[in-house]
Design a protein around this ligand. Sequence first.
Ligand code: XIL
Length: 459
Amino acid sequence: MAQIPPGSIPARTHPSARARRALSLLTAGVLAAAGVVALAGNAQAVGALGDAAAAKGRYFGTAVAANHLGEAAYASTLNAQFDSVTPENEMKWDALESTRDSFSFAAADRIVGHAQSKGMKVRGHTLVWHSQLPGWVGGLGATDLRSAMNNHITQVMTHYKGEIHSWDVVNEAYQDGSSGARRSSPFQDKLGNGFIEEAFRTARTVDADAKLCYNDYNTDGRNAKSNAVYDMVKDFKQRGVPIDCVGFQSHFNSNSPVPSDFQANLQRFADLGVDVQITELDIEGSGSAQAANYTKVVNACLAVTRCTGITVWGVTDKYSWRSSGTPLLFDGDYNKKPAYDAVLAALGGSSGGGGDGGGTGACTATYTQTSTWNGGYNGQVTVKAGGSAITNWTVPVTVPSPQKVSAVWNGTPSTSGDVMTVRPTWNGSLAAGSSTTFGFTVTTNGGTSAPAVGACTAS
Ligand code: XIL
């Protein structure tokens, strides 16, 4: 994805979906010119959790941090499992507009570009929130703040128009505890109760196709806070204020367990005529207790027709915002945890059983850089059969633009955009547990990211 200079006007300089497709074709053309077979191939990732959820008419996503995308195991686990991503921090106000009217989209664009190259959806998080808000916003008077809020929504949603399936328009506007009151924030304190409605109305005028969500935590069961949000959504629906969905963050631990009325609470919101989404799921713990809690959450979503998807708040425990609570589906080495198997089973899928963090279980793909020089490097992927013999394998390798693959050996590539799908030349048949390698040469053109090697699949 092209670097967007801070301060540029987003609607003009951001490559549109069409421009991105043209770029992909260009990349494919360069590959062809470099002697690499470039066919319009099927290079979409196959996401195990995403596929299982899709079979139930839902998505299964994860929060993603742009700075980890270059880590091969992170990218391959992401690519092998999920069909939706939420930028963990990169679309927050402080990341996008730290200085008034000067927008920096590069990191968020990297996530969106990655998602698009893998056929994943993107959740937008978040437009109006009291936290991760630059100081200049809090310093504005009411009139200025109103125009800054509407401008922020407009610029950001315009930049990503057509590329986001759901936006968290307003995040965490209510207090914890028994008051059911609004939380103090620059928006609440200076614009009053009407700021949420205004934000949603502005959002609808910018991107009529994105689902517009209100998102919060400690609203997962029935309580004073969720009652207050419920009353707001009901009022919005009655008065025609545009709202399409409510996000339930679902950060759980022993002090804040999965509520017994979680499903009933999701259902009462759905009955107001909005979709519900589980937007930031993580559950501290380990082993079968953690797995059982994940099962409860997945089952609750599946039982509510309008629960359209689940997002976990990160790929691996090692990068979780609550890392010490090991709340996610993959451990720090990208091994699948019991919670992973439980989620896949609840979604109706079956586990590949391996601890490889990706793939079908029939084979694994491991990347190493074998040599490097000024302007290029050679990479090697080891393809290893699992517990059974295989006769054919497929490994997707993403070499992020502006880097280009100039040669491939011991493998047959087909390329779509930045994704090169490699199949065997002579080396398709592998006995159980045995391996082969393929290699490739990359010209970096100034790019620094490591290639992302996706899950190996086999037949
Ligand atoms: C968290 C991120 O995970 C951290 O990396 C960051 O330091 C703080 O924010 N509610 C939200 C998320 O809506 O944006 C928060 O994400 C977690 C709580």
